[in-house]
Every structure is written in C-alpha cells, then in structure tokens.
Ligand binder design. Structure first.
Ligand code: F6R
Length: 615
C-alpha cells in the first residue's frame, strides 16, 4: 500500500531508489516517482503513471544525478492513478519534495486553510496538502525544514510514513512515521530509508525500525538523530540486525514470485515448524504462549481478528482451537471488529493474524482490544512489523518474504502456527488427550513432506486449467475444516485471474447459489475422506443433477468420487484438521495456471496491493 524509499550517501541515489522501488512494487504499482537533489542542490523530479519501468523510461531522459533522493510507488487512495497524482509531491515554490505512505484524514480542512492563504493544488492527493503545509510553516515562521515538518505533523490526523528533501540542501533528509512503517538502514557513510527492509538488503544489515511519532534526521557526515514528535526530545536509537538475504527476494528460476512461493512451501513450513514440536511429537511448544501460560489457562474466550486470506486462516484456527482447547472462539474481520464496540475484558485473548503485520484495520483492532483490557497475541510473518510491536506476545510464522501479491505460503504458515497454538494451549488447559496430540503433531511434523507430495499434482492441474480458463464464474464448496479452504480457493482465483468465484459451505449452496449452476459454471469441491465426506458426496450429486461440472479434491485412494465428479485431483491423506493445509495446494495451482493462461500479471494483479496500510 504505497512504498517509499530514500537514500543519502556517495552512490548515485537514482540507481538505489529505482532498485528499491522495484523491490517495493508489490505494495502498489499505480504510479511511481523520484525526487533527486544533485550536489549543487538542484532538484529533479520524475513521475510516471504505471509501473516503475515506465518511470525509468521517463527519468532517464532527464537529470538523474545526485547522491540524495526519495522515491515512491503508489497504490491510489486519494485521486486516480495519474502522472500528476504520483509522488513525490512538491511544494508551491518548488523547494520541498515529499513522499508519503498513509492517509491524511483531515486533509480537506488543511487544504481549505492553505487555499485561503493563496496555495494552489495540482493534484487530488492528501499528500500534496502536507508538503504545502510544511512550506507554509517554513515560510511564515522562517524555521528550519525539520521544525516545519514537526510543526506540520502536529497538525495532521491520520497515518503516515514520510520522507522529505529540500532544494539547495543535498545533505539532509527528514523522515517520520505514525501508523505506517518506516525502516532506516545504517551503512558506512550512507543511509537508506524504506517502507520495509527489502530495498535495504544487500547494502547493510543494520536497521532501525522507527516508532510511531518519531522523526529521523539524516544529515550527511552526522550520526542519525531520532527525536520524538510530541516533546521534541531525542529518542533512543535501537539498531537491529537484519536477517534477510538477497536470495529470498529473487525469483530463483521461477517465472513468477507466486509460483516460487507455492513451490517453496515444503521449505517454508519446515522453517515454521522448527523447534516447535518436541519430545518425539508428544509436546508442542510456543514460547509466546508458554511465557503467558496463566493468561491462556484462565482465558474464557479467544477472538481471532484478521483480513482477507489471513481471515480465512482465522476461520480454520477457530475450528482448531474449539476442537483442541474446548473453549469459545470467535472470528472477526478486523475492519468490522474495530467499529463493532466489542465487549472484552481481561479474560479475553485477541489473536491477530497478519502476513505483513502492517494491515491498518488489524492494527487498529488490536489497539482497541488492548485498550479494553484483552491480552493481545500476534501471528505475523514480517519480523519487526507494527503489529508484533503492538501485541503482548506472539509467534512469527517464519516463512520468509512473500512478494507475490496473492498470499500462498503465508496462508499455510498461518494455518500451521494456528495448529501449533491450538495444540499448545489445549495441552496447557488439559483439554486434549496425549494420543490426539501425538497423532496430530506427528502428521504436522510431516506436513512439509506431505506438501511436497501434494505439489506433484502441478502438471495435472496445468492441463486441467486449460479446460476452465473460459469460465466466467466458479463456485468453491467445502464443509467443516474445508469451508474456509473453499473461501481461500475462490479468493485466489478472483485476485489473479479476475474470474468471479464464490466460496460457500457446501450444504448452504442449496439455499440460493444452486440457482446459478449450469454447465458453464464449474464447481470446485473440497472433499477429502473426513467425517463429512458422505455429506459432501450428496452436495456433489446435487450439483451434478443440475448439469454442473465438478472438480473434486479428494484424498488419495478415493474410489467413489470419480464415479460422480468430472475431474478428481488427489491429495495425500492427513488427519482431518490438517486437510486445509494440503487441499489448498491444488487450489493455489489451479488459480495460478488459469491466470497464466489468461495472460494476467499474477504477481501484481490489478487494483491490489500487498500491504493494506489504509482503512
Ligand atoms: C490475499 C491477500 C490479502 C491479505 C490481506 C491481509 O491473497 O493477500 O487478502 O491476506 O490483505 O493482509 P495481512 O495478512 O498482511 O494482514
């Protein structure tokens, strides 16, 4: 959801910024831009609608020199994607340039006040208001850029990560954050800033995660200074070691990041499980839970909050926690929960699930839950992100950077951690017997190998995908543990192929969606041999008897479904609670190959961004 990057050092800033934008492009790709200050203090601004490649073509025709610069890749919120709405935005006099990730909520009021002082606006963005406000304060009070930025931010409501540079000063960059992420990379006589650490990897492994309401002052030849926005006093600078490698940010021989991420799930789940199933699979250990075991033992209810794919993982988590911990569980969309006046107390545990750890609604939901006295636990992928820094405790899924916009390996990592958590809490509460722990933990430990086996179905799915690329609508049906799998399969197809798809609990289909069924609307039915298999067979028959086409995902060795369904895809047999992990593999592949057949950009589907840092 918009990516910002900045550089000050002795290398050509443009090259570092463009490479950084490409690594951040997953956050938004409606437009991109760069502002450079050369060593004489001249400012050059280049902007272009569309992807970073368009910006490169345009910028190279102009001045791209200088060792200081800021850049932006946009996911449009205020104003359509266009050259003029692209960042950086420049103040009226052309002196100050700014890039911004977030939303200025009171921009309309500020804009009117500035207009009353004679300011004119070129774009429809909230960001232009902020840069004009900084200039207005600087001009009217004759203060420094730093003081003007600080004063302006005190007037702003909303979320921001910003970087600001000024014409005539090739030695200063000011950055700040509130509710949107900002990482500072500290190199030898050079400083990098970015929305996440990916543009910094390969240059330095020393990073600082700026905190909310902090301003970073980057001056050439001086150590980085961090000050508090509210009291203007210096804050402690906590330099951390970055544990990301360049290889993790590359496609590694695959055509797309999404395909790489689908195929690396055996490896990512090995990392996710490492050290968490112990004592010959008789015990599950999660330090975040065990350090707070009284909270988990005494809890009266768990509420899972998340968005999108992470919400689907939460629905599976609900089943797991109910089954293994025998306690009430609720699942909420974070965006609904935060405005739903939830009733919570200190016997409540709220678990947030987020790949990025930056989703604005999820962050707001946990902040609300904490204010209401609940214990807040985070399940997150990105180390050091805002959500894990705002929770009481938590678990990282450790699946490595997910760059394809459609989530795949993060989903299986989330479901894996939720399974571990349900087993761990179930043991602590004495709600699960040893035999069940052993059976599930053993199979979970083997899940990386099982998924490796499941991925062998890829060539078959590739062929099958050709049959279905024509379809305009799909139905995904599942029951029990696999109703959320159906939702997730439908979401994957929608996101990357733009084919309309609906996920439904299979039995609910006859209360409405069955009216849609004809031979042009395929149904993908998740039907492993589990406790609801006989029920789902009837649902498949209901579809078939109305002329529908059925693709069934079945357990290996199934000998009944192929007599009813048109196509059967086999998955390895696992305990019922683990079937979503395995069944999601063919669904990811089906969505992927259909989208590729249709010529879609699977890594950067239209209108989407990976990290949704606005409401
Ligand atoms: C779908 C997808 C999104 C995210 C959602 C939440 O493939 O990626 O639906 O799951 O935007 O993002 P996180 O998990 O980062 O909070």
């Amino acid at each position: 959801m918009c990516g910002i990057v900045g550089y000050m050092g002795s290398q050509r800033a443009y090259d570092i910024l463009i490479q950084g934008l490409k690594r951040l492009e997953y956050r938004g790709y409606d437009s991109a831009g760069v502002a450079l200050i050369d060593n004489d203090g001249c400012m050059a601004v280049h902007k272009s609608q569309g992807k970073v490649a368009n910006l490169e073509t345009r910028a190279q025709a102009g001045n791209i020199g200088g060792n200081l610069g800021i850049a932006h890749t946009r996911w449009a919120t205020h104003g359509e994607p266009s050259d003029v709405n692209a960042h950086p935005h420049v103040s009226q006099s052309g002196e100050i340039a700014l890039v911004h990730n977030g939303t200025i909520e009171n921009y309309a009021v500020l804009k009117q006040a500035l207009a009353d002082h004679g300011y004119e606006f070129k774009s429809e963005t909230d960001t232009e208001v902020l840069v004009q406000l900084i200039e207005y304060i600087k001009h009217t009070t004759s203060c420094s850029l730093l003081d003007a930025v600080r004063e302006a931010l005190l007037q702003v409501e909303g979320a921001y990560a910003i970087a600001v540079v000024e014409k005539g000063d090739p030695d200063t960059m000011i950055v700040a954050r509130k509710s949107s992420p900002l990482v500072i990379g500290v190199g030898d006589n050079e400083t990098f800033i970015a929305s996440d650490a990916t543009p910094i990897v390969g240059y330095t492994d020393k990073v600082i995660y700026l905190k909310d309401n902090e301003i970073g002052v980057i001056r050439r030849g001086e150590p980085l200074k961090v000050i508090s926005l509210t009291d203007n006093k210096p804050s402690d600078v906590d330099i951390q070691q970055l544990k990301l490698s360049l290889a993790q940010l590359e496609k590694g021989g695959y055509d797309t990041f999404m395909l790489k991420e689908i195929f690396e799930q055996p490896a990512t789940l090995r990392d996710c499980l490492r050290g968490r199933i112990v004592d010959n699979s008789s015990h599950v250990t999660l330090s975040g839970v065990e350090l707070n075991k009284d909270r988990f033992i005494n809890a009266e209810r768990i509420t899972l909050v998340a968005c999108g794919t992470s919400w689907h993982a939460a629905l599976i988590g609900k089943r797991l926690i109910q089954d293994f911990c025998k306690m009430p569980v609720e699942v909420e969309y974070a965006s609904e929960f935060r405005y739903g006046n939830p009733v919570l107390n200190d016997k409540d545990i709220v678990i947030s699930i987020s790949q990025s750890g930056e989703t604005a609604d999820t962050l707001a939901a946990i902040q609300l839950a904490r204010e209401k006295g609940a214990f807040v636990y985070g399940i997150c992928n990105v180390v050091g992100a805002s959500i894990p820094r705002n929770t009481d405790s938590g678990t990282y899924i450790h699946v490595g950077p997910e760059i394809g916009v459609a989530s795949t390996k993060a989903f299986t990592g989330q479901v894996t951690v939720l399974t571990l958590l349900a087993l761990c809490v179930g043991q602590l509460r004495g709600a699960i017997d040893d035999e069940t722990v052993k059976k599930v933990a053993t199979a979970l430990n083997e899940i990386p190998d099982t998924i490796e086996e499941a991925l062998k179905v890829a060539p078959e799915i590739k062929t099958l995908s050709r049959v279905f690329s024509y379809a305009h609508n799909f139905l995904y049906l599942g029951r029990g543990y696999n109703y959320p799998t159906a939702l997730e399969g439908a979401l994957k197809l929608k996101e990357i192929s733009y084919i309309h798809a609906e996920g439904y609990p299979a039995a609910e289909m006859k209360h409405g969606p069955i009216a849609l069924i004809d031979h042009d609307m395929p149904s993908v039915v998740i039907a492993p041999t589990d406790s609801l298999y006989d029920k789902i067979i009837s649902n498949v028959q209901q579809v078939k008897s109305r002329g529908g086409t059925v693709v069934a995902i079945v357990s290996k060795g199934n000998s009944t479904m192929n007599k009813i369904a048109d196509f059967c895809i086999e998955i390895p047999d696992v305990p019922e609670c683990l079937t979503p992990l395995v069944a999601s593999i063919p669904l990811q592949l089906l969505a992927y190959y259909i989208a590729v057949n249709k010529g879609k950009d699977v890594d950067q589907p239209r209108n989407l961004a990976k990290s949704v840092t606005v409401e």
